[in-house]
Each structure stands twice: as structure tokens, then as C-alpha cells.
Design a protein around this ligand. Structure first.
Ligand code: PEP
Ligand code: MN
Length: 374
């Protein structure tokens, strides 16, 4: 059960003390407090864990200091969307709002290949009104002898250039706690000219210790990719690990499943699950068309298959697109064959906008239909 307190409740006041005293004495129930500091107000949620079935939600809702009570199902306690649960689906980070109701494009380099490439990419993004990007410094490679990313060496110029070109959020994969520390240190050392969204890749979806590390820190939001060989439920539980440790600024990414059923795509595209994840949880949902499709194959209608699946994710309500671009795909150090070019950037953005407008029209049609008298 979640007890949502009145916003900005005074933590040293009598109402709060009495309420916590009451909740703390409920038999066989543990109390866990979560505080979320927004721009205007501080929201406090009290989680009652344990023997809560016998509790009367209404009488708890009537206690002084309580705004409302949500009964939670066993699944995804914090990130889940429970019955009568009107908690918001959004969070703000570095001036950017992420929610189940909007859409951001994170176009950028799968792996940083040179300062010049980073600059060309970021400059193009600024020219086309974009404030988010992806930049890989640490790469999880199948082959131990393959390029592993420039790591911390590239961070100073990536962050500096991001600031120069007005980039507010960079999605950047980490593989270990050490990577997280290197990113935080490098970012603070250069005065935080940009923000970072920590990305946990598909190979680490169930790396519970890494999830705990990312969950315990509240500075950076986390982009968690679905595990490519596990069920959706297992991946959503992995996301819940982050929230259970305290960080609920989590975005869930669909990036395709590993099965030969998806051939000739690199992975079997699973964007049909966009609305499903939005129904089961309050997380914004990201799609990664590049790692799903894995090639620049073009269909006879002239559209790249990457663009087709991007549209499939957007038309289903996706909130974020993580997509590989490169100024010179032939010189990319990782995943060049699936990268789109800078020339294609405005055309890609235009295609995204066309499809998003169609999605918004579908939503408005659905609302009108539901509001029609029987
Ligand atoms: C990536 O986004 O660069 C990446 C390695 O993705 P995934 O974890 O989905 O394979
Ligand atoms: Mn890649």
C-alpha cells in the first residue's frame, strides 16, 4: 500500500510525527519513506510493506496529513500502474521532461570515434533543434579483441562539446560501478555543462548489483534496456530494482529480441510491447530501432527498414527513440552498418513528426469514441 502525503508536509510538525507513529505501529507492516523533490514541491510517499491486506485503505486515507492511498498489486510496486493509481508518469531532468505523453529523439554515436565526429554530430543536432543525444564511451563487445570504447578519455571533450551545442541529456551506457564514477567525476570536473542518462544495456539487464548501484544514486536518470533473451516480466522486475533502491527516474527501452525468427534483422523487433509496458508501468518507453534492425536495408517503397520500425514504435506511443547516426558511417568504430547519416537527420526527424502526429490523432479519436454516449 502506498500512502501519499500532502505535498510539502512539514517533517518536523506534529501531524507528520503522529501519522508516522501510527503507521509505524501497524502490526507486521514495515514502513519505507520515499521523497521526490520536484521543482515546485516535495512529494512524500510512505510504502507499507508486509501484511497490508487487512488494512482499511479508507481509514488510512482519512488520517491527517494523508492525501490519498493506493493499493498496490504484487508486481512492480513502485514503477507499476496500479488500480486507481493516478500518480504521474513523468520526471524532469536537466530541463527536459520525460513522460508517457511526450517524445524525445536521442540520435547520436553508438561509440565515440573521434572529437571531430562528436562535434559534427552535436552541431547537426543543434541545427535541427535537438537537445538530447546518445554517445557510447564504454562498449560491451562480443569479441574481447574488438574496440571497447574510448572510456573516460573521451568524456571531457564529449561533455564540453555537448555544453557548447546546447545538449541537455546524453544517453551513455555503463558496464560497471567504476564507469558510473568516472562519468560523475568527469561531468562535475568540467562544471556539468550537460546531463547524462545512464544506460544499462541488454547484456546487463539482470546485473542486479549494477542495478542497485544505479538505483542508489539519484543524480542521473537511467535508461534500462530489455534483456534480449528474457521475458518482459523479468525485464520489468529489473527496472523495479532501480526504483526499489530509490531512483525512479527510469525509462524502459525495447531493443528487439535475440531469435532467428527475426532474421534477417539483427533482432526480432518487439515494439508491439510499447503500449503493454505503458499499461503495466508508469515508465516512459524508449525504442531502439538501430539495434533492433541492425542494417540499412531499404524496402521497395524507398524507406529504410530502420525508419519503418521507428514509425511502428511511434504509432504505438513510444516516448523516446535511441538511434545510431554517424557523420562518416564507414569510419564508425562500432555498428557503422546500421548508422544513419547527418544528411538523413532532418528527414528522419520529419518522419518522426509525421508519425507522432498520426499517433496523437489516434489518441484523440479513441478519447472521442469513449466519451460518446451509449
Ligand atoms: C547500444 O545501445 O549501443 C547497445 C549496445 O545496445 P544493446 O544493449 O541494446 O545491445
Ligand atoms: Mn551499437
Amino acid at each position: 500500500m502506498i500512502v501519499i502525503l500532502e505535498p510539502n508536509i512539514n517533517k518536523v510538525g506534529e501531524t507528520y510525527r503522529r501519522l508516522m507513529d501510527h503507521l509505524g505501529h501497524l502490526p507486521n507492516v514495515q514502513v519505507r519513506i520515499h521523497e521526490e523533490k520536484g521543482a515546485q514541491q516535495v512529494l512524500t510517499e510512505v510504502y507499507l510493506i508486509g501484511d497490508t491486506a487487512a488494512l482499511d485503505a479508507q481509514s488510512i486515507a482519512n488520517l491527517p496529513g494523508v492525501e490519498r492511498v493506493v493499493r498496490i498489486s504484487q508486481e512492480y510496486r513502485i514503477l507499476g500502474r496500479h488500480r486507481d493509481d493516478s500518480r504521474s508518469t513523468h520526471f524532469d531532468y536537466n530541463g527536459v521532461t520525460f513522460s508517457q505523453d511526450n517524445l524525445h529523439i536521442f540520435a547520436g554515436l553508438c561509440a565515440v570515434s573521434s572529437r571531430e565526429h562528436v562535434e559534427a554530430m552535436l552541431k547537426a543536432l543543434q541545427q535541427h533543434g535537438q537537445v538530447c543525444t546518445r554517445m557510447g564511451a564504454y562498449k560491451p563487445r562480443t569479441n574481447p579483441y574488438a574496440f571497447q570504447g574510448f572510456g573516460k578519455d573521451c568524456l571531457p571533450y564529449v561533455f564540453e562539446l555537448a555544453g557548447k551545442y546546447g545538449i541537455k541529456v546524453i544517453a551513455m551506457e555503463i558496464l560497471s560501478e567504476g564507469h558510473f564514477q568516472e562519468i560523475a567525476e568527469a561531468l562535475h570536473r568540467c562544471g556539468s555543462p550537460t546531463g547524462v542518462m545512464l544506460q544499462i544495456g541488454t547484456r546487463n539487464t539482470q546485473n542486479f548489483e549494477l542495478l542497485k548501484v544505479c538505483g542508489r544514486q539519484r543524480e542521473f536518470p537511467v535508461l534500462l534496456k530489455r534483456g534480449f533473451g528474457i521475458t518482459l516480466e523479468e525485464s520489468l522486475n529489473a527496472a523495479e530494482y532501480l526504483a526499489s533502491e530509490g531512483n525512479r527516474k527510469v525509462i524502459f527501452a525495447l531493443r528487439g529480441m535475440k531469435t532467428n525468427m527475426g532474421d534477417p534483422h539483427r533482432n526480432f523487433v518487439d515494439f508491439a510491447h510499447v503500449p503493454t509496458v505503458k499499461r503495466l508501468t508508469r515508465m516512459p518507453v524508449c525504442i531502439d530501432p538501430s539495434h533492433s534492425v541492425g542494417t540499412r536495408a531499404q524496402s521497395p517503397d524507398g524507406l529504410l527498414e530502420i525508419m519503418h520500425v521507428t514509425a511502428q514504435g511511434i504509432i504505438a506511443g513510444a516516448n523516446m527513440i535511441l538511434v545510431d547516426f554517424h557523420p562518416e558511417p564507414g569510419k564508425a568504430l562500432v555498428d557503422g552498418p546500421q548508422a544513419l547519416t547527418l544528411k538523413e537527420l532532418p528527414y528522419f526527424i520529419e518522419d518522426v513528426m509525421v508519425t507522432r502526429a498520426a499517433y496523437e490523432k489516434r489518441v484523440s479519436n479513441a478519447r472521442q469514441f469513449q466519451e460518446r454516449p451509449l
